[in-house]
Design a protein around this ligand. Structure first.
Ligand code: APR
Length: 268
């Protein structure tokens, strides 16, 4: 492990190994978690919340049973999160990921995040394992729709807000995100696995690696022979031989790392 590749007993060793692996790669997967959006001002899941939401645990708010019991509380929580996203700007880490493809390599983005910050700086084909805050789903008939904008901005943080109703069956609308205890969208998961199994390098950025099955992705990459580069403010590596740990903020580490990756040589 390494402080952005510079503060360990082998200065810069992991940063150099990481840039070498990327330079030799044809296909790179960027796998992101809440930490990549933290510096855009969007709260992560395991860092302590402040204000009114400090009294609640996302793990209990983000479940079907809590929505059944207290839909106004859960809808208010998601409108608050949605408002954070709308007010946020993509940061240097999102930008660095989107610009990596300009080096002539295939770059795929798989995210656990329900924000759209990767897309807002031009990443295309982003696979959202845990859904998206931009769309809604009927709790009763599962019809997908857009997220109504008329309830934003929310009246106050922690406000109880009545969910809008489905135009087809009048069921309550919920955000189109994956709640605890729910399956990932199977098509998205299958596509993600195919990308992970075929990549040369997987960069896992800003994820605690706790919530499965998404947390299995670095393992899948390693077992398929890829190099895994973790970028995180904490050490999240498991010290496998093909695993590299760059400790630092995503906005600092990713631009620094990608600046070391030359354009890919074109086939003759
Ligand atoms: N740069 C890099 N890493 C960071 C930064 C930063 N600026 N800030 C925080 N981190 C790291 C933290 O050290 C932590 O490991 O980001 C990680 C955030 O972890 P979580 O909050 O657990 O987020 P994530 O791993 O994406 O959560 C997975 O859990 O609640 C569910 O569905 C939700 O998608 C989410 C899933």
């Amino acid at each position: 492990m390494n402080q952005a590749g510079e503060n360990s007993g082998a200065p810069g060793a992991d940063l150099k190994r990481a840039s070498d692996a990327l330079s030799n790669a044809g296909h790179i997967v960027c796998f992101s978690g809440a930490g990549i959006s933290a510096e855009s001002g969007i709260a992560t899941y395991r860092d302590p919340l402040t204000g009114i939401w400090a009294q609640h645990d996302p793990r209990t708010l983000e479940t079907a049973s809590t929505f059944r019991k207290n839909p106004q509380l859960v809808w208010g929580w998601y409108l608050w999160r949605r408002q954070q996203v709308v007010n946020a700007q993509p940061n240097a880490a999102h930008l660095a990921v989107s610009q990596l493809a300009a080096t002539g390599r295939k770059v795929s983005v798989i995210t656990q995040n329900v924000d759209d910050l990767h897309e807002r700086v031009g990443s295309v084909g982003v696979l959202h394992l845990h859904g998206s805050l931009s769309t809604s789903k009927c709790f009763a008939c599962h019809r997908l729709g857009t997220l109504p904008e008329h309830q934003m901005p929310i009246p106050s943080e922690g406000a109880l807000i009545e969910p809008p109703r489905c135009g087809r069956c009048s069921g309550k609308l919920r955000p189109n995100v994956v709640w605890y205890g729910e399956d990932l969208p199977s098509g998205v998961w299958k596509s993600a696995i195919a990308l992970v199994k075929s990549c040369d390098v997987l960069i896992s950025v800003g994820t605690s690696g706790i919530v499965t099955p998404a947390a299995d992705i670095p393992w899948l990459a390693l077992s398929s022979g890829a190099t895994v580069i973790h970028v995180n403010t904490e050490d999240v590596s498991t010290a496998e031989p093909n695993e590299l740990m760059l400790i630092g903020k995503a906005t600092e580490v990713l631009p620094k790392l990608f600046a070391l990756v030359p354009r890919a040589e074109q086939p003759q």
